[in-house]
Design a protein around this ligand. Structure first.
Ligand SMILES: Nc1ncnc2c1ncn2[C@@H]1O[C@H](COP(=O)(O)OP(=O)(O)OP(=O)(O)O)[C@@H](O)[C@H]1O
Ligand SMILES: [Mg+2]
Length: 325
């Protein structure tokens, strides 16, 4: 299926992701897709948790940490400030513990434990994923386009269950640590039972949220994941490997889109030899992509004359991706 037909043939898709190695065009394709769908009259939210603020870059607007920013009618962009989110997450847990146990200040051992847990990548990923869950479960948009960070990281978002499990184990251990205080607390106030119930409740709530969003992000009826690649030897190899791995994590891979293809028709013009060589080399690699990914190749996007930044260039890219329809 060609990318142009995808959204009309699969009207139930709500969540869209472009994945691939660094710098191949994920943000560019995400923005162009958001633009295209918004122009068609759908309400679209493009969002990211990338600390590099790529959406602010491509839309040439300050979006980072600003909530949902209207870019044009129907098109909204949101860049989650992950650091802020992580800090807020830690503070929230601290507050819960202090409230539950009626502490005025955090006991040092627990504070140390919290610090160790905060340094865990699982805590960071949990906080970020929590932000993503908030966005995708809040509703209000026809399409959600998740501008992913490069390959390896993208896996986290799609296999969050295991990362969350690690974090929940940490919290469970914290709960055990807290148990030592129960005796003291119990004599002062009889909150022991409720506190334990609350922690358990919290864990179950987190787990339910993860499960719900994992279900969404791996549901092929709702979510479409596209790989972005370029006609380069190493990229083709890496993409094939990643696709195999992602399939194991139930990532609903819908297709592959080739970016930065130098238009073949240039070869008939008076062009420098090096460009002619590149075109020829690309032809061989495009044939390889075809035989490797076959009918899953949904489109080839040409190298444009400049970087894609600002709505005018985004529109140009959208036309290359989806035609003039
Ligand atoms: N077809 C194209 N023609 C010209 N420039 C392009 C094309 N595709 C992407 N670019 C440019 O390449 C650069 C990288 O693209 P982009 O930021 O979309 O990649 P990315 O995959 O999101 O990168 P990262 O992995 O860092 O998030 C940008 O400057 C973008 O404007
Ligand atoms: Mg990007």
């Amino acid at each position: 299926m060609a990318l142009v037909d995808f959204f009309t043939e699969c009207p139930d898709i709500r969540y869209i992701m472009y994945g691939g190695k660094g710098g191949l065009g994920k943000t560019t394709f995400s923005a162009a897709t958001a633009y295209y769908l918004a122009k068609k009259g759908f309400k679209v939210l493009i969002f990211s948790v990338d600390p590099q603020a790529s959406l602010s870059d491509i839309f040439a607007r300050k979006i980072f940490g600003q909530g949902e920013v209207e870019i044009m009618p129907n098109l909204y962009a949101c860049e989650v400030d992950a650091d802020k989110r992580i800090k807020a997450y830690g503070d929230e847990i601290r507050k819960k513990i202090m409230d539950m146990y009626g502490f005025e200040t955090m006991p040092e051992e627990i504070e140390n434990y919290m610090k160790a847990a905060s340094a865990e990548p699982a805590m960071e990923e949990s906080a970020i994923f929590d932000a993503v869950v908030d966005i995708v479960t809040k509703g209000g948009y026809d399409y959600y386009i998740y501008d992913l960070v490069p390959l390896g990281h993208a896996l986290y978002y799609l296999s969050m269950t295991s990362v969350y499990d690690a974090w929940i184990n940490k919290i469970s251990a914290l709960r055990y640590e807290m148990g030592k205080y129960d005796k003291v607390v119990a004599t002062v106030q009889s909150k022991k039972e409720t506190a334990e119930d609350k922690i358990l409740e919290e864990l179950l709530y987190i787990k339910e949220r993860i499960n719900a969003s994992s279900r969404i992000l791996t549901d092929p009826k709702l979510t479409a994941f596209f790989f972005v690649l370029t006609p380069e030897e190493m990229i083709i190899l890496d993409t094939a490997k990643a696709a195999e791995l992602f399939a194991k994590f139930n990532v609903p891979i819908r297709g592959f889109i080739v970016n930065r293809v130098i238009p073949k028709k240039l070869a008939s013009e008076n062009i420098p030899q090096y460009l002619r060589n590149r075109i020829q080399m690309q032809e061989g690699l495009l044939a390889r992509i075809d035989s490797q990914f076959g009918s899953k190749v949904m489109g080839c996007v040409p190298e444009l004359d400049r970087d894609v930044r600002g709505l005018e260039m985004i529109e140009k890219m959208a036309k290359e991706m989806f035609g003039k329809r």
